[in-house]
Design a protein around this ligand. Structure first.
Ligand code: HEC
Ligand code: HEC
Length: 299
């Protein structure tokens, strides 16, 4: 075919690709699926200044850690202060690799170490949802970190030691429910962010998965949710765990407080029952770890 004809033949193809891209950006199904991932991933919590009743995802929420105080950034689709100019690839790279569009590494206070396990499709849907929300023009507050943690470059060796990128593949030896539970807990649920203790570098200790943690001498404590019969939740039934995740009520009709109240409100109470059952089955399938944690008094 002569060259102009080839080009002419390609025009409808390009038009098709362009309209497919436009559809995917506003596809109501993608937005609806993305909202579910957004709730499962708890994005609102860290990126909204809830105490000051700040606008959704506009940032400014302080988070105290042993390394200093982080402020969640603005992730609304605002072009100047949010992530409104980001491409799909930049969004995926931030969540799966923990690298900013400027090529800088993110602090693991942004749980990309979990989100790296999410599927590309889930993250694209998540972006469609976030980009359907109102843009808020609010500048970011810089983190207030202690020396030497204020040096972002230190994150390169940290990543080398502690970060394994990659989507979580289903374990073929387990059934679909356990795989779903594992995905929700490990890739999106960030349960280990609080319930797994960390080493001195702030990385979660895999051998103590969900065994509970006490942060600092007077910091908050997080119960052992491994299925150990005495020190964990081994005596809880699937229904007990589902009830807690749905309503915040424990089997003794106590209601969870501290940060778990927020997790229930923002995340788990918004998930489907079948997903809560999958989470419960997965937690009860983990190795039981004997680790006594004093009950938290406050956060
Ligand atoms: C536990 C708190 C926490 C949760 C949960 C969380 N983030 Fe973040 N996020 C942060 C912090 C802190 C930063 C800033 C990291 C830094 O400065 O290195 C950040 C950074 C980001 C950035 C980069 C923003 C920029 O301007 O470069 C994006 C995008 C982002 N988060 C999206 C999300 C999404 C989407 C979710 C839900 C799936 C989510 N985050 C859940 C704490 C969190
Ligand atoms: C931001 C921190 C945080 C995150 C994230 C978190 N939890 Fe919790 N969780 C807590 C705290 C604090 C308590 C204790 C609350 C209380 O006793 O009032 C708790 C309590 C629990 C309990 C009750 C344990 C007991 O012995 O009473 C279960 C079960 C639980 N969490 C499961 C989960 C699951 C599943 C996830 C992930 C979807 C999760 N948590 C994510 C902080 C967190």
């Amino acid at each position: 075919m002569p060259r102009p004809l080839v080009l002419a033949a390609l025009v409808p193809f390009f038009a098709l690709v362009a309209s497919a891209a436009a559809i995917s950006a506003t596809d109501p199904d993608a937005i609806r699926r993305g909202e579910y991932i957004f709730n499962a991933g708890g994005c609102a919590g860290c990126h909204t200044d809830i105490k000051q009743k700040g606008p959704l995802l506009a940032g400014g929420r302080p988070m105290d850690t042993p390394f200093g105080r982080f402020y969640g950034p603005n992730i609304t689709p605002d072009l100047e202060y949010g992530i409104g100019s980001w491409t799909d690839e930049q969004f995926i790279t931030a969540l799966q690799s923990g690298i900013s569009p400027q090529g800088k590494p993110y602090y693991p206070s942004f749980p990309y170490t979990a989100f790296t396990k999410a599927t590309r499709q889930d993250l694209l849907d998540l972006k469609s949802y976030i980009f359907s929300l109102p843009a808020v023009s609010q500048p970011n507050r810089p983190h207030e970190l202690r020396f030497p943690f204020n040096f972002r470059l230190l994150l390169w060796p940290w990543r080398f030691l502690n970060f394994e990128p990659g989507t979580l593949a289903d374990d073929p030896s387990q059934d679909a429910t356990l795989n779903r539970g594992r995905y929700l807990v490990e890739a999106l649920g960030r349960c280990s962010q609080c319930h797994t203790p960390r080493n001195a570098l702030g990385a979660t200790i895999a051998d103590l998965n969900m065994a509970g943690a006490i942060v600092g001498p007077d910091g908050p404590s997080f119960p052992n949710i491994s299925p150990h019969p005495d020190t964990g939740i081994g005596s809880w039934s699937i229904a007990d765990i589902v009830q807690l995740l749905k309503s915040g009520l424990t089997p003794d009709f106590d209601s969870v407080g501290a940060s778990m109240g927020e997790v229930v409100e923002e995340t788990t109470s918004r998930l489907l029952d079948q997903d809560l059952e999958a989470i419960a089955q997965y937690l009860l399938s983990l190795p039981p770890i004997d680790n006594k944690i004093a009950k938290p008094t406050s956060e």
